[in-house]
Design a protein around this ligand. Sequence first.
Ligand SMILES: *Cc1c(COP(=O)(O)O)cnc(C)c1O
Length: 384
Amino acid sequence: MVKSIPYGKQHITQDDINAVVEVLNSQYLTTGPKVKEFEKSFSNYVGSEYAVAVSNGTAALHLCALALNVNDKSKVITTPITFAATANCVRYCGGQIEFCDIDPDTLVMDIVKLKEMLESAPKGTYEGIIPVDFAGYPVNMESFRSIANEYGLWVLEDACHAPGGYFIDSFGKKQFCGNCNYADLAIFSFHPVKHIACGEGGMITTNNRNLYNKLLQLRSHGMVYQGNPALLENHGGWYMEMQSLGYNYRISDILCALGISQLKRANTGLLRRKEIALRYDEAFHNTEIKIHVPKNDIGHAYHLYVIELDERKRIYDMLRQHNIYSQIHYVPLHTMPYYRMDSSPSVSLINSETYYEKCLSLPIYPSLSKENQEFVIKTLLKIK
Ligand SMILES: *Cc1c(COP(=O)(O)O)cnc(C)c1O
């Protein structure tokens, strides 16, 4: 019998361990040099101007919503096929969420449906949109930006699934997820199941200096410290000034050291994920299992490998009996009791609902052995 095979898993090397131990022996456990170093390497990796490391992806989303001035008059659009935190960040600030259906091929927010929503509401109804690079599929941020400009919306990219993913824009240029050439802000998570693991951790990227400065302030209690020209007064060396209502959403140097070390292997991990996805593609094409093969010019980051099939519950249970722990991403958010309570959705979300009936995420992570993947494929083809 095979040991249990999860749908995703972190990969820790001796280099990672050494990096963490080095910080434990150093002067700073938090808010030291490793935080800045992680931010610098991460913004280099995705191609953004600025990066702000925070305690987790949810904190990253909350800080973005605060920096964008989301409040109880705000209405924001996102996809129902995402992790709850994507929508919750708007609720934290008292704003309202409305869901836009997905494109059944790419599984990300359907731009045509989004246009319909925007056109059918009076101008100014919505403040922003939060597209999600679901499963690692890079949303075409250039197209979303152009609609956002037309309606005066901000764009926050939830890129938790897609560090290293990219699309080609209309100028033929590779646009990496979270580079913020088209989005105002983007966020990432370093939960162990994501590409880069810190245990807990998150990152915000942006090219907007104003937003960057706000985020730095909000990350640490809304404080402005010595040396910052934004100080309104200065009573002496001890003096710091609370200028807004911020939080403690800082990340420690210990975790950033792990992040820096992990980031060095991000591209290797991405290649492994792609290899695994291709092997699944080959195994399932010409079967009744629906697969999602991206177009050639799409740089899919494969956080998840999602299939769609009939009798999903039976298959899920049978796989578990074989120690294969597939997962469902996600229960559509508009069907959650919390969001149902709010109001019934004003638009049809039929693609999201149909997708949910059939979807299953198969094991995909860099250390998944060929043998174990073959076992997953063989078992699935046998029981389906
Ligand atoms: C993981 C995830 C988050 C939240 O990140 P945490 O670090 O767990 O708080 C937000 N959005 C998406 C799409 C995610 O997958």
